[in-house]
Design a protein around this ligand. Sequence first.
Ligand SMILES: Cc1ncc(COP(=O)(O)O)c(C=O)c1O
Length: 387
Amino acid sequence: MQYDFDFFDEPLNRAQSDSIKWRQFPRDIIPLWIADMDFRVSPEITDALVRRAQEGCFGYAAESEAAIQAMIDYHRDVYGIEIEPEWVLPQPGVVTSLNLFCKMLRTLRPETSDVFIGEPVYHHFMSAAELQQIRERRINLAFSGNPLPPLSTLDPCGAGGWMFCNPANPLGHLWSTSELKEVLAFCSENNLFLASDEIHGGLVLDEPFTYTPLLSLAQTEADRSRLMTFVAPSKTWNIPGLGCAFAIVPNPELRHYFSREYDQMVPCVNLFGWVGAEAAYRYGEPWRLGLLAYLRRNRELLQQAAASWHLPLCKLDATYLAFMDCSSLLPQLHGETPAQFFLRHGVALHDGAIFGAPGWVRINIATQTALLEKAIERIGNALASLA
Ligand SMILES: Cc1ncc(COP(=O)(O)O)c(C=O)c1O
């Protein structure tokens, strides 16, 4: 099978299906908001799911050693990291892990449970802290260059952890080794637990670059024991609806805490989640590489359009979520947000405010190029209407 542009150009009628992305807004709106892709998945994934469905019996599924091993092998082969099988805690989703991390801080570090969060970031970082009733310490990330401020300016007093997004959503930033080392060193100096959400790790757009898992830099036992890494095949291979993720927790005490906490409250991974994850990690690499080429083409289109609109776009090194600064439009929008304004002109984008950046919009470019072109045209027409 060739994963060329023709493969990804094939339109899918998601509006007729059960897609949140496509059902949230009226049919004439082009939905470029929530983070899933409008592409057919790798056929090996579909075949594996069909084979499992044809068994015709769907009782409780045992933990899939095959899926866990496929994830471990993939991370060793592609990123050169060794993950011990006993470090792996299967999870129904990464948001669950973010919440468990915050709950753990509140329980194990009641006096120092504040959590550092670099902002802007995926909104469930903030909601996890709120829901688990711990205080956030927001770190203002820069929108270009190295996003981190000098970490010596941060006050660690009362803090017990840091939730980090690697690569960064919605900044699209691919953290360099030296930036990641700074974060690790800060956590080590201040005895912080570090949760690294690496769900977008497979979506570094410019080959041969890959992202750097924080685990690959955690050389000492002490560093490893403060680190939890959350990975999933869901974003990279477009299977978020299957609900399968992994928390990688080298520290046995933290592992014990995590498994005790979710044992009865959080459902185990759905049996189709196991099947999809195993197929994605084992057989999905050619599809992923084809996808990256397609996303690069879409990125180029959007970059050209944004330049012609004079709207700054963050450098999109990783993820398929572009972040655009529309704050210069605010004086002309009479109280509307840019996302509301573009929605009125037929394109649904995520409002940057939910990620901590009002005036910005997040644009999901993982759709057919023809549809992205149509959305770009609508955005262009909307902007022309302001002139
Ligand atoms: C950084 C990040 N973490 C987690 C998630 C969601 O993870 P899950 O669906 O596995 O809960 C997303 C979804 O967009 C995300 O961007």
